[in-house]
Structure formats: structure tokens, C-alpha cells
Design a protein around this ligand. Structure first.
Ligand SMILES: [Ca+2]
Ligand SMILES: [Ca+2]
Length: 688
């Protein structure tokens, strides 16, 4: 062999080995697929055509199902935004990851699936609604919406800056997702979380869709006028009724009443709009408003009008999500990425679209317990598959890690459903699911509860300030209108479900007794000498917040905050819309008094402000009043301030007590409700 040949052979070998290595590298990256996890906010499965929607069509979301798998029984562990997001990231129940409700701050130091992916060579990105308060961890790139996010010209926060972006939120987030994928490091697989704000309340559509669903006439759910006759207290006391709690201006966008209580929900968005966006909005909604005023609807007709217009806006927001998902799918196809990219589409929970007369979520009933889930897993899932196994948002972390070829951390509490995606039967798959909801007292007033669901039955326990059980036979009562817990015929079923509940509580380490102590007492009884006094207000109390007892200002019940910093339930407080508090309390006879205190709420997020001035005075004849010196203690909680004015008297003889508190009148400059009516809230004048 001469030298020349030898060199040639040698070069060929090097070339060959380089080529093999190249193929290997390519194969490795082929085996490690890209992941795009798309989650919208509050998208109920009833509004997806692949789930048999009777009210809309979602051709692009259906594409994911048609090319992949649709899950008929995907459940969440705690049906509300921030907790659901924390479960998705950590693969752990709320009582383990600490995010019990929307008000706590997520502990970002804990293990999440994006972090584990990052440590295993994935580039990770987060775009959209975060809602966990703490800064995102585990992402190479992130940009999030502020708080709940805005529909128009949203504020977008990233690790670099905070900017107001021009345009409509769903379009912006999709643009950014495509832009991210386009500019990513192409040597590594990526995992992108694209978290849409839509179709969250107050359902502001993109102007492109304003003309969809004109004169809406959607089928009305069979339970829209549900009277909850077999249900326990929780269903009766909720505040998420379309007829009662949905705001005609803030939610349903009547354009002629900017001072209507609750209008702020709408004006917050309108005030963000450019003149042209505002013009387009009014062009669409002014005529709806005119028609509404002309018809003067009341009772059932009004309730139905509200349903129709709620659903129309909700679906307009979803049309925009659907089109944008289509745009992303088209981009993946054009770029060839579709062959090795998993697409997940889901929602953070389900949503009531008029079932039981409701909007919102929270309850363990089907519409909010179940969430849509469609997954495209190219090369692994038979196109158009349907799965009926019980999967949960608890499983997402482990499933995605499994798909990426990474062993999930042992501490995660779900289970990978990759075998289900591969159309394999799994004999020991779970046959029941465990649920636990905590956010109470809070918005929508849904009591705390936990429960278990099997394919046939659902057992729910409402607790904390109540002790109520409900049982549903889902086979014979799919609408969940017959609570059969007390039917002796079901004693055996109840026993079986109780056992199953105990088993799951143990399995997931949920000690309910511990979580009972999670909040401080919600109400406290105090000795109030004014308990039987006559109370006269100079200016009217708002009919919306007039307290929940006969004489709320002097009933001896004061409201404490729980660990969430909530001084609510608002309904227990006495509220004044723009009015001052000017009250005379007549003890009906001269009484020795040592101390008088007045407790106010300061919660500017709820448009409730501390009084600008307080005067406490006493009298023996009801004519001549002596003004008292008082102290002012402000007690801060997470989101609320309790503002207590206290005057000491030292055994003075008193018959009449006058408390005057000046309302700030309008929300101050820079507040989202700038110029709108401000509220004054008081819960007790304590006379000791
Ligand atoms: Ca949500
Ligand atoms: Ca009270």
C-alpha cells in the first residue's frame, strides 16, 4: 500500500465516521421531540366541536384531535387558575405544592417539569398568562402577562423589560410563540408553554369577531333554571349565577352606563384601547345596548338575554384562539417541525356555560372538573384516537418528561399517560380521581370541598363553615341535579365511596385536618353593648352590600382575615357607594362606656377605600354631641388593610353614639377605576 492510497482510505474513514456521527446526532434530536403545550384559560369542553359542541365550531383545535388523541375524561385537581397552573408545573396536588388558591404566591424554588427538562438539554420557554405572582423559574426564555392579563394592548413582562404591546392578546402571544420557535437554538429540542388569556372573563373579543353570532340564539342548557332543590348550601350560596351575578356592563358590555356598579370590568379594557379600537368596539356594542334598552327585559327573559350574550362573547374569544392555533399549526407544517413536535391543547380547567345557571368554575361538578385535552404525538398516536381513561392535569409533568425521554422525579404524584397516547391498554390505570378546592371565602363564594369521582359516582364533602355531603349517580343523572346522599338505598355506595375517598387522601397525603387550620377564624363574636341599639343611617346603605344579619353594624360579629388576607365575604359588610357613613346608634338608655371602635376595610383592588376622615362623638340627649379623640390602627394583611378607629372614654355615661366617615367618593387618579364611584365598607361599631 502506498502512502497516497493510505491517506485516501484514512480520509474516507474519517468522512464516514463523521457522517455516522452526524446521523446519530440527527437521530438523537429526532428521538427527543419538541413540545408545544398550549393552555387557554377557562375553555370548557362544551365549546369545542371535537367534544360535540352544540354552540360553536373549532376546526383548528379539532385538527389536533384528528391527527392525535382526544381525552374524554381529563380532570383537574383544584378547578381554579393559579392552583391548576401550579399542579401542571409540579405534578403535585395543591396541598403539596402550596398553591391552594389564586391569592398565594407560587414557590418557584420547587421542582417543576420545565426545570427538569432544562437540566436535561431542552431549551424551555414560557409565553402568556402566568398568574403565579412569583417570577417564572426553569425557563430559558419567558414573557408573561401582568396578573390576569389584559385583552387589549396588554402589559407584557419579561426578564428584560415591561412593555405595553399594541394589539389583541391572543394574536400577540401567537406571534411571539412563532417568533420564538423561529429564532430558537436549533441544536436543541425545545419545550414551549403557550398560555392564552382567552377566553377568561370579561370575554373581550378581537374586533375581527365582533360580528360573529349576531342576534345570538344558542341552545339553552337543560339546567339553566336549576333551583338546586336537592343540593346542599354551597350551590344555593354561590355567587356565579349568570342571571344574578353577571354584570350588565362589566361583563355584558352595555355601553351607556359607565357609572353602573361593577362597570369597571369593562372600562378597565376600554380605557386601554386606542381610539380606533374604541371606535370599532362601540360600533358593535352600542347597537346591542340600544336594542337591550328598547326591549326592557325582566325575569326569565333578562336571564336568557344574559346567557345568549355571555355565550356570544365567550365564543368570539374562542374563535380567536382557534384561528391562532391554526396559524401556529400551519407554521409548524411549513417549517417541517410538525413531524417531530408534540402539540398539547388543554385549558386550566373547565367552565360553566350556563349549566346550573352559572358561569365560572370551582365546583367539583362535571363542567368545571373536566377539562378539554387533545394531544398530537406524531409517529406514536394513531390519528383520530379517543381515550376514556381517567387522566388528570396532575399527569402532565410526568407525561411530558416521559415523552422527552427523561425520568420524572419520584416526588411527582401523577402518572405518565404516554402508553395511553401510544394506544396501549394499561390494566392498572386509575379508576377514581381525588379533588380538593380551597379558595373560600372569596370571589364567587364557592365553599371549600373535596371529593372522589369514579366512572359511575361522585361523592363531595363541603366543609369549613358547613358539613354537607352530596352523592351523584352520573349514569342516571348526568346533569347532577339529584343529590342522592341521603337515600337509604345508596348506603352501600356511600360506604364504598367513603372508603375510596380515604384511600386517595392517604395516597396523596392530604390531611384535611391540617388544611382546616389553614385559615384563621373567619368571624369572631365580640361583646358589643350596642347589640340591641337602634341604628339610623343618614345616607343610604348600598342595597348590594347591606350585611347578612338584621343589624350588621352592631350585631357583635366582626370579620377576620384568613391566611389569604381576605376580609371578605363582602356580603357580610355594610357598603356605601360614594355615600358617607353617617350613623347614630341609640343605646336606648344611658350606659357606662369605656371604648368605641369602628372597623373599616381598605381594599383598593375592590374599589374599597379607607375613609378620608372619621369623627366619633357621643351624647346623652341626642342633641349635644362631644367629639372624641381617637387613634387609628391600620392592620395590614396580604391584600387587605383593616382600618380600626378607637376612642377611649373611661366609664362615661353615653346614650347616643355618632360615627361619621367621609367616603373618598371617586377612585383616585391612576387607579383602574379612576373617576368611578368609590366604596366605603364597615363591619362593626363596637361599644365596650
Ligand atoms: Ca382559569
Ligand atoms: Ca358586624
Amino acid at each position: 500500500m502506498n502512502t497516497k492510497t493510505s491517506i485516501k482510505v484514512c480520509t474516507a474513514t474519517v468522512l464516514l465516521s463523521q457522517t455516522i456521527q452526524g446521523i446519530k446526532a440527527q437521530e438523537t434530536s429526532n428521538q427527543r421531540p419538541n413540545i408545544i403545550y398550549i393552555m387557554s384559560d377557562d375553555h370548557g369542553y362544551q365549546a369545542m366541536s371535537c367534544y360535540g359542541s352544540k354552540i360553536n365550531s373549532t376546526p383548528n383545535l379539532d385538527r389536533i384531535a384528528n391527527e392525535g388523541m382526544l381525552f374524554n375524561n381529563c380532570f383537574v385537581t383544584n378547578s381554579v387558575s393559579a392552583p391548576s397552573r401550579a399542579v401542571m408545573l409540579t405534578g403535585k396536588y395543591s396541598h403539596v405544592n402550596g398553591q391552594l388558591d389564586n391569592l398565594t404566591t407560587f414557590d418557584g424554588s420547587q421542582v417543576t417539569f420545565p426545570k427538569v427538562m432544562q437540566q436535561n438539554g431542552y431549551q424551555t420557554a414560557l409565553i402568556g398568562k402566568w398568574h403565579l405572582r412569583s417570577r417564572p423559574t426553569g425557563f430559558d426564555f419567558w414573557e408573561i402577562l401582568r396578573g390576569q392579563g389584559e385583552y387589549y394592548n396588554p402589559v407584557v413582562i419579561s426578564n428584560k423589560d415591561t412593555v405595553v404591546r399594541k394589539g389583541y392578546v391572543t394574536n400577540i402571544l401567537t406571534d411571539d410563540a412563532i417568533n420564538y420557535i423561529d429564532k430558537r437554538d436549533k441544536t436543541k429540542p425545545f419545550c414551549l408553554l403557550l398560555l392564552h388569556k382567552a377566553p377568561h372573563r370579561n370575554w373581550m373579543p378581537d374586533s375581527t369577531y365582533y360580528n360573529m353570532y349576531q342576534n345570538p340564539n344558542f341552545p339553552v342548557p337543560a339546567t339553566y333554571f336549576d333551583d338546586y332543590s336537592t343540593r346542599t348550601a354551597a350551590a344555593h350560596l354561590q355567587e356565579m349565577s349568570v342571571a344574578k351575578d353577571m354584570n350588565l356592563v362589566g361583563d355584558l358590555k352595555l355601553t351607556d352606563a359607565p357609572n353602573y356598579p361593577g362597570a369597571g370590568g369593562l372600562y378597565y379594557e376600554l380605557n386601554r384601547m386606542s381610539p380606533n379600537q374604541d371606535k370599532l368596539f362601540h360600533a358593535a356594542y352600542d347597537s346591542i345596548t340600544l336594542n337591550f334598552r328598547k326591549n326592557n327585559l325582566t325575569g326569565k327573559d333578562l336571564a336568557l338575554w344574559k346567557y345568549q350574550h355571555y355565550i356570544a362573547d365567550y365564543l368570539r374569544c374562542i374563535a380567536s384562539v382557534d384561528d391562532n392555533v391554526g396559524r401556529l399549526l400551519d407554521y409548524l407544517k411549513t417549517s417541517g417541525l410538525d413531524k417531530n413536535t408534540i402539540i398539547v391543547y388543554t385549558s386550566d380547567q373547565g367552565f360553566y356555560l350556563g349549566e346550573h345557571g352559572w358561569f365560572d368554575k370551582r365546583f367539583m361538578y362535571e363542567q368545571s372538573l373536566r377539562t378539554p385535552l387533545v394531544v398530537k404525538y406524531p409517529g406514536h398516536t394513531k390519528a383520530g384516537s379517543v381515550n376514556n381513561d381517567f387522566v388528570m392535569n396532575l399527569d402532565y409533568a410526568e407525561t411530558l418528561l416521559d415523552i422527552a425521554g427523561i425520568n420524572p422525579p419520584k416526588e411527582m404524584q401523577g402518572r405518565s399517560f404516554k402508553p395511553l397516547l401510544e394506544n396501549k391498554a394499561v390494566d392498572d390505570w386509575r379508576k377514581s380521581i381525588y379533588y380538593h378546592y380551597y379558595e373560600y371565602p372569596s370571589e364567587h363564594n364557592v365553599k371549600r370541598h373535596y371529593g372522589v369521582r369514579t366512572d359511575r359516582y361522585k361523592l363531595i364533602h363541603f366543609y369549613l363553615d358547613t358539613d354537607d355531603w352530596e352523592l351523584y349517580d352520573l349514569k342516571n343523572d348526568s346533569n347532577e341535579v339529584n343529590n342522592v346522599y341521603n337515600d337509604p338505598a345508596n348506603a352501600g355506595v356511600v360506604r364504598y365511596m367513603m372508603d375510596e375517598l380515604e384511600r386517595l387522601k392517604k395516597q396523596y397525603g392530604d390531611n384535611i385536618d391540617d388544611t382546616l387550620n389553614y385559615g384563621k377564624p373567619l368571624i369572631v363574636n365580640v361583646n358589643n353593648l350596642a347589640k340591641d341599639a337602634d341604628v339610623k343611617f343618614k345616607y343610604p346603605v348600598s342595597p348590594k352590600y347591606k350585611g347578612s344579619t338584621k343589624s350588621p353594624l352592631t350585631d357583635g360579629i366582626i370579620h377576620m382575615t384568613n391566611a389569604q388576607g381576605f376580609l371578605r365575604n363582602y356580603k357580610d359588610w355594610v357598603g356605601f357607594e360614594q355615600n358617607d357613613l353617617d350613623v347614630v346608634i341609640d343605646l336606648k338608655k344611658e350606659t357606662k362606656v369605656n371604648k368605641i371602635s369602628a372597623r373599616f376595610m381598605d381594599n383598593p383592588d375592590g374599589w374599597i377605600f379607607s375613609p378620608v376622615k372619621v369623627e366619633i362623638s357621643t351624647s346623652t340627649d341626642g342633641k349635644t354631641y362631644t367629639s372624641l379623640k381617637h387613634s387609628n390602627d391600620k392592620v395590614s394583611f396580604k391584600d387587605n388593610v383593616l382600618d380600626i378607629y378607637k376612642a377611649s372614654l373611661k366609664q362615661a355615661n353615653v346614650r347616643y353614639i355618632k360615627v361619621v366617615a367621609k367616603n373618598i367618593k371617586t377612585c383616585p387618579k391612576g387607579h383602574p377605576g379612576e373617576g368611578q364611584p368609590a366604596w366605603l365598607f364597615i363591619d362593626e361599631v363596637i361599644v365596650e
